[in-house]
Design a protein around this ligand. Structure first.
Ligand SMILES: *[C@@H]1O[C@H](CO)[C@@H](O)[C@H](O)[C@H]1NC(C)=O
Ligand SMILES: *[C@@H]1O[C@H](CO)[C@@H](O)[C@H](O)[C@H]1NC(C)=O
Ligand SMILES: *[C@@H]1O[C@H](CO)[C@@H](O)[C@H](O)[C@H]1NC(C)=O
Ligand SMILES: *[C@@H]1O[C@H](CO)[C@@H](O)[C@H](O)[C@H]1NC(C)=O
Ligand SMILES: *[C@@H]1O[C@H](CO)[C@@H](O)[C@H](O)[C@H]1NC(C)=O
Ligand SMILES: *[C@@H]1O[C@H](CO)[C@@H](O)[C@H](O)[C@H]1NC(C)=O
Length: 492
């Protein structure tokens, strides 16, 4: 398995922490590029900030403010309370005496029940559709501690990453993580779980959850039956903090400004029809780019931080910045860490994108653009995205998912972790549920002895055809015992 924990803190937002002494100019809604480390973006969010989600129309999908009791508006996005998506945990409000905190960060939900194997949000989805999932964490000292607890986050049956926001929180920052997944069924579950790194007595928590549908072409070169993507970096080049807000990305992806240091910046003279691009980048990311003078190579160290050895999805975006004409194109070679990535790339004012779907990277990454020998102008690059390819951790057989969900619905108080994938990840199955290790895991035993469960036993229990034992002793169940004759393996 890839060491997901190395990705912790991939991307970070600043919150206007109530007690932090903020300089006056920080109250403006401009963005500030961080110095180091990478992937950290400092920006000021006020309740009236329009720059956090600069979308001109409402966003599809779910924007959930965890622990909130009423809807909250930030820019053009309405964050809904989380009650419809989670059945467990407790809500906490963070003090925000100055009214500076991004609205969706002013409450959170935490999960004190240490006996539950996971704590799941479940969001309706379209089977096989693609989703951007973003989780945001801002601790705010809700439990009276000094540093946030460390725990894991899970999407469906896959352990996605550790959530360790301590360093960001110490710097007054909230942390966000982003993944891209295809829905295997009619819902996507995003769960938190205690791990070996979670101190006794500490509770996992979450501030915000977003699940946004993507179009099928977006990152379409990746086999989402086998993999998910975990975002490492997404930058719009040639911008320092003062020159860009979040460009209007139709899926609300964050494109952070990246100045490129001493590399010369160009302004584009023509707009790009980004509809034609598979990944649908916002038009704004083409407005500026980095370049090199005639005959010179452009050498870009990007992303700024070294990477863990893994396979990555890398997309690079280019546009000739000159006014459109028959001569406004340029040709150059693209190399990544000395390996040819794309030879003889012809970039016109219409713009273009090149990608590598399973590109092995490790350590520091260097992108080198070498102009064709006769080129009258140097190479140019506008934006880039880098995502780690995460092998999916498997899932439970759909037949058993249907059966277990029906069983859970029949009980009026199933164990609180009877949400999300019944069997996976390994170690985070539903309480009392034992599974085999088939590629599509099967439920082989259910034991809810003395669990104080009430309600009735769903007929759908007969769908659990791999089950060999069912123990429901010591509960308050009523109604008939369903026909279990299809359960040929049942012995106990
Ligand atoms: C919010 O939406 C309105 C109307 O759709 C639009 O005019 C405005 O520019 C949007 N604001 C932002 C920050 O995108
Ligand atoms: C995608 O991955 C699945 C599962 O590993 C595999 O069965 C399938 O053949 C792959 N599809 C392509 C196009 O490689
Ligand atoms: C590059 O593309 C332009 C059209 O966008 C074309 O006119 C030009 O001939 C191409 N150059 C090369 C070297 O292929
Ligand atoms: C079910 O759980 C009870 C109590 O935890 C235990 O005594 C019993 O042996 C278990 N049954 C099976 C089949 O594992
Ligand atoms: C069943 O319910 C009754 C009353 O509702 C309660 O007194 C009893 O303790 C319950 N039994 C179990 C095993 O939870
Ligand atoms: C599950 O069980 C129900 C009720 O017995 C039945 O209607 C349904 O078709 C079964 N579904 C599957 C996938 O076997």
């Amino acid at each position: 398995m890839i060491p997901f924990s190395l990705l912790a803190g991939a991307l970070v937002l600043l919150v206007g922490a109530a007690d932090a002494a903020l300089p006056g100019e920080a109250l403006s809604s401009t963005l500030q590029q961080s110095v180091v480390p990478p992937y950290i973006l400092y920006f000021q969010m006020t309740s009236s900030s329009a720059h956090l989600h600069p979308l001109s129309r409402s966003l599809a999908g779910y924007q959930i403010s965890c622990g909130a009791t009423s809807a909250k508006v930030a820019g053009n996005v309405t964050w809904v309370p989380d009650g419809a998506f989670v059945h467990t945990g407790k809500a906490a409000e963070l003090g925000d005496s100055r009214g500076l905190m991004a609205p969706m960060l002013s409450s959170l939900r935490y999960f004190p029940d240490a006996s539950a194997r996971k704590h799941c949000y479940v969001v309706p989805a379209e089977r096989h559709a693609r989703y951007l999932v973003r989780t945001t964490y801002y601790y705010g000292g809700f439990d009276g501690g000094r540093a946030p607890p460390v725990f894991d986050q899970i999407i469906d049956g896959t352990r996605w990453s550790a959530v360790d926001t301590a360093a960001d929180y110490a710097g007054g920052l909230a942390t966000y993580y982003e993944a891209v997944v295809d829905a295997a069924g009619k819902q996507v579950s995003v769960c938190l779980a205690r791990s070996g790194a979670t101190e006794a007595g500490r509770s996992p928590f979450i501030s915000a959850l977003e699940v946004v549908p993507l179009e099928g072409s977006v990152y379409g070169a990746v086999n989402f039956t086998a993999y998910a993507l975990s975002t490492i970096a997404r930058h719009s080049f040639g911008h320092d903090s003062s020159t860009i807000g979040y460009p209007g990305d139709r899926f609300n992806r964050y494109w952070e400004p990246y100045s490129g240091g001493n590399i010369p910046v160009v302004e584009s003279q023509a707009s790009v029809a980004t509809e034609a691009f598979w990944n649908k980048p916002p038009e704004a990311v083409f407005r500026r780019g980095l370049t090199a003078s005639r005959g010179k190579s452009l050498d870009l160290q990007w992303p700024p931080a070294p990477l863990p050895a893994a396979s990555y999805y890398l997309a690079l975006y280019f546009q000739d910045n000159r006014a459109p004409s028959a001569l406004s194109w340029r040709v150059f070679d693209v190399a990544v860490n000395g390996q040819p990535f794309f030879a003889g790339l012809n970039v016109s004012t219409a713009g273009t994108m090149v990608y590598g779907a399973e590109w092995p990277l490790s350590g520091q990454t260097r992108i080198k653009l070498t102009p064709a020998p006769d080129s009258p102008v140097g190479p140019v690059i506008n934006a880039a995205e880098l995502m780690m390819i995460v092998p999916l951790g498997g899932r439970t057989h759909p037949r058993d998912v249907i059966g277990m969900e029906a069983l859970a619905r029949g009980f009026w108080n199933p164990p609180s972790d009877w949400r999300g994938d019944p069997c996976l990840p390994k170690g985070n199955s539903w309480t009392g549920v034992t599974c085999n290790e088939d590629p599509l895991a099967r439920v082989i035993a259910i034991n809810l002895t003395n669990s104080r469960v009430g309600g009735s036993i769903s007929d759908h229990i007969a769908n659990l055809t791999a089950v060999s034992s069912i123990w429901l002793v010591g509960n308050n169940l009523t109604g008939p015992i369903p026909d279990m004759s299809p359960l040929h393996h049942l012995v106990s």
